[in-house]
Design a protein around this ligand. Structure first.
Ligand code: SF4
Length: 287
């Protein structure tokens, strides 16, 4: 299974790590049973050589896989980035997923060094700004750590794209989740923010909680209420905000704060009608 951000669809996907260094989030099924490891540099270089044989002239973007390539020791990342620059003369951008933990162990100077070598964008999973919920879903980071990680990446000159997860607080925690997530997003003030919608996947601890009655899934319209609350209460400098992931019921892309009133009005119109035909059908989610 290959996981990458939608915006990296045209990128050369280069596995630098296998799995996720954290691998504990209760809602995540991506690397269940996968033992995390960092690939040897020689193996990575061999992959780069192979790709360069045919695509040296065409590669503009590279995405470092898998779950958390930023966790690699600085020396290895530097070596990989230098080699990418050598083999792909038209390289414009390298991207990576980052966990809060991996961003926090790097110094700002180290991030600046990676940025000079081409690491231009990092995708950080924030999920929620609700401190209790962060613990409950085993995100492995506190509110303050999420903010610090996000700000640090930006200070390192790296464009920051964060994701949050509608529905993560369940029905009972929905409002708190939305309001606190709006606050953490505002505190981080990323360049891009994406709201995905929770999908329960068999095999995850959260799915088990749901099956055994400890977690209640919000309805599609409740996910729109959350989205509206998040947007209404966020305070960005200039953020491209999307909810156009395949898991979302109402795809949208807006520039905030500029289009705040416009998008809230649009969500309100859908909420007023409560007409399921205005939403993505359940069977097409995540396809
Ligand atoms: S950090 Fe990301 S990839 Fe790793 S377990 Fe959590 S959600 Fe999954």
């Amino acid at each position: 299974m290959v996981i990458r951000p939608p915006s990296e669809a045209g990128s050369l996907l280069l596995p630098v790590t296998i799995g996720c260094s954290h691998n504990e989030c209760t809602f995540c099924c991506t690397y269940i049973g996968v033992k995390f490891r960092i690939r040897p540099v020689d193996d990575i270089k061999r992959d780069i050589d192979q790709a360069a044989q045919n695509y040296s002239w065409s590669v503009r973007r590279v995405f470092l896989e898998e779950g958390d390539a930023l966790i690699c020791p600085q020396r290895r990342l530097v070596e990989v980035l230098k080699y990418l620059n050598k083999k792909f003369p038209y390289l414009e951008r390298v991207g990576t997923y980052a966990t809060p933990q991996s961003a926090l162990i790097k110094s700002v100077d180290q991030l600046k060094e990676l940025n000079r070598l081409g690491l231009k964008i990092a995708y950080l999973g924030v999920e929620t700004g609700d401190e209790e919920l962060l613990k409950k879903v085993k995100k492995g980071a506190t509110y303050a750590q999420l903010v610090e990680a996000g700000r640090k990446l930006k200070e390192g000159g790296i464009t920051l794209s964060v994701t949050v997860l509608l529905g993560l607080g369940g029905v009972e925690g929905s409002r708190e989740h939305a309001l606190r997530t709006a606050r953490v997003l505002s505190d981080i003030d990323p360049d891009f923010a994406g709201a995905l919608t929770l999908m329960l996947v068999p095999g995850t601890p959260l799915h088990k909680d749901w099956k055994e009655g400890r977690f209640s899934l919000i309805s599609p319209f409740q996910s729109l209420e959350e989205l509206k609350l998040m947007i209404e209460n966020s305070n960005f400098t200039n953020c491209f905000f999307t909810a156009n992931h395949a898991s979302n019921y109402l795809p949208l892309k807006v520039r905030l704060p500029g289009q705040k009133a416009e998008v809230i009005e649009m969500i309100d119109r859908v909420l007023a009608k409560k007409d399921m035909s205005l939403l993505r059908p359940e069977f097409t989610r995540a396809l």
